[in-house]
Design a protein around this ligand. Sequence first.
Ligand code: C2E
Ligand code: MG
Ligand code: MG
Length: 923
Amino acid sequence: MARVGGAIHRQQGTGWRGPRKATRPWPAQARYPAREHGGRQQVQKASATMGSAQNVTGATGGADSLVAELRDARARVESLEKSERLQQALYEIADLAGSDLEMDEMLQRLHSVVAGLMYAENFYIVLFDDVRDSYRFLYFADRLDPYVAEPEQEIFAEETPTSLTLALLHHGEPVLGSSDKVRAQLSVGHDDRHGPDSEDWLGVPMRRDDRVCGAIVVQSYDRPDSYGDEERALLAFVAQHILTALDRHQAREELERRVEERTQALQQSNRDLQSEIVERQRAERLQRALFRIAELSITSDTLERFYAQVHDVVGELLYARNFYIALLSEDGERLEFPYSIDERDAARVTRRLGAGMTEYVISSGRPVLADRQRIAELEAQGHWRSHGSLSHCWLGVPLFRNDAVVGVIAVQSYSNAINFSARDQDLLTFVAHHIGIGLARKQGQDRLIAAHVELEQRVESRTRELAMANAELLEQIGERLRAEQKLTHQARHDALTGLPNRSQLLDRLGTAISNARTSARHSSMGETPRVFAVLFLDLDRFKLVNDSVGHSAGDDLLVEAGRRIVATVHDGDTVARLGGDEFAILIEDIDGLHAAEELAQRILNALGQPCWVAGREVFPSASLGIALWHPRYHTGAELLRDADAAMYRAKASGRDRCAVFDEAMREQALQILDLEADLRRAINGDSFIAHYQPIVRLGDNAVIGHEALLRWRHHARGLLSPGEFIGVGEDNGLIEEVDWLMYAQVISRLSVDGTGYISINVSPRHFRTDDFADRLLRLIDAAGADPNRLRIEITEVALLDDVPRALRTLETLRGHGVLAQLDDFGTGYSALSYLHRFPIECLKIDRSFVAGLTGDSKNESIAVVRAIQALAGALGIYTIGEGIETDEQRALLRELGCDYGQGYLLGRPAEQMASTIAPSVNR
Ligand code: C2E
Ligand code: MG
Ligand code: MG
């Protein structure tokens, strides 16, 4: 409603007499004092009444005074009544001032009070601001004017220049009279627009500290004398009280208003404080939550646990009964739900990115808060398709890492009692930001841990592999070591008896020598020197056992012999098997030679005990040579050699005994060494020559052939016979080379000389090679000689070493015309059982039997020769008697059936062959 001047001016053109309430912000009376009405009329009425009473009293004369008195009395009564009414009115006004009544109510009551004092049907109260020159209608009641007072509307003076009310306020004194009179008095022009004038108009200003602050106006539209001086005075008086009452009321209202304001301000500040407290608590909770999330990202042992704990934290901040975390897969094509707790949907499985609400949050990168209706709307708009149970309210916020959306955190409610607010959204967004950071940190940490774990696993598996490889290697090393040990053992032990072999014995001898040398040095300082001895042992006739009962039995005998020797010696002594039937014993720490001899004797005794081999009782024996340590020895081989030499001495002395290597033997040994050296040198020259001894038919002394006998023209010792060097040659193998020199000489001689045969002596060594026969035949062939004129002489030993090979060799030679004679027959083992298998031309009866034919053991020799003759007869071969020196021998041999002979009696070996040849025996 327009109450200010601007509105009035606008309305002036269209006529502002229209609907007053709507178009005019002030009452017509403000400008157009209405017709006066009221008090004066009533006073006149009362005076009229009193005048008629006066007339009654005057008519009676004396009654006049009575009437006068009555009049006075009435006047007094009236005056008293007036005073009383005024009094009453003032009381009421005072009461009203102190009452709790609302202003409107109070003003109405004031109106009633005034109406009790005078005619006041048309009554209004106006307040004036002389500084602003404006006024407001506080109260307005009018019979004709329906205006309703609007105390708040301020009307400025310039808006209503023709207003009587304004004129009254400016005038500052009570004004009474008709509208015309008042206008004239206050110099206000008439204005038609102001409507009908009042017949009587009474306006009384209200003053505060001599300044006009308002006015009260009563008016009457129909009676010109409604108000007089009395009413003017009365109204002025009442006006002052009304002002006081208004002031008081206003003051109270002001107070109340201020109290109310203050209360409201206090309440507001209380509310502010409360909300601040709530806000702070929330902020604190949030802060705490963020701290916890940050802490969890470090302390949670697994990501699953981190998610669960984050859920707890979120649950403290908002409703999170249903909560899940969705993450984009590495390739960004699937949605994974590493964590989901939901009262409806038990599990969320990884899915390809689709049109879900979660995907919507991811693609939009913004939080989404949606209730059932909004969910439906967005679904209808095709933004998403809701998965799982339909939630009542759904809140999802994106999870960021480096400004990229990597997932979503969502909470939802299935109850219409629970809704999420924008605040929850902010909260979850805020938390999500930190969860994103925490998640990144946690994932980083987990990746680091996983990398560590993987590294550890790799290290562990590598370590395991290495350990296994190591174990395998160790096993291999162990195997190799065992193999090595076995090999070493084999290399250092004899396979048959398990005893140390030659190599080990030589090592121990080396150690013994060095110990002995050290001890010898110490002995020069008074200590008894430590001595040791080497015993060389060879079983007697072992070959006989081997050949007669077999190699296996021979092995048994060797093992038994080794056992017996070991049992006899001391623990620290070394018993070694050197090969064949040869053993050697190293005896350490002995007092001297006698101790070695005693032990040798004990060994011989032990070996001499009978034993059972292959079901036969055997009485083994051995020959033993002893070499005692001497500083001249430098190697174990030297000691062994000397012990061996001593052993040969023992054997030569008749077996089953021991011999000590002494100075004579040493001398001999030295000679042998010298001889050996000479022999080597001789091979390179032409020192070897053949002497030929005739073989004669005893019946007519006809020479049927010659035996070629080796002679060495030694540069110092003259012509040497085989007996003086052949042993050395046999031992070191040089004899083979010497033989071939001989054979070449003989065969070349054969091609030019004589007609009978020449027999050559063949060392058993040649029968240990495969090409002897071929080489010999090549030699014959090369010389252009007749193989039929060549014979070979071999001993039984050559035959029995390797029977098949010997057979092959003999067969080959015989195939080419070279026949074989068995030399020195009767001295060997005479393995008669084999003899028939060999292609033998004849048996040469050993010289010892021929010599024996004339000696003490004549009968024995005759028996042997007779046996040999019988054997030869059985084999269908002839015999040659060797070493015939006497006619008696010659005769006896002939008697015994031996047709051929050789010996000094028949012809000595000489460079030239005998000339007389009996052609008949050349076969
Ligand atoms: P053997 O084959 O039995 O030769 C016969 C030996 O008896 C020869 O000795 C010969 O001189 C000797 N002798 C011959 N008649 C008599 C006699 O009436 N009285 C005595 N006391 N002795 C007689 P030699 O030449 O000293 O040869 C000894 C052995 O050396 C030979 O015995 C033979 O086994 C071997 N021998 C000889 N020459 C060679 C040869 O070229 N090569 C090989 N490997 N051994 C040979
Ligand atoms: Mg011979
Ligand atoms: Mg002979």
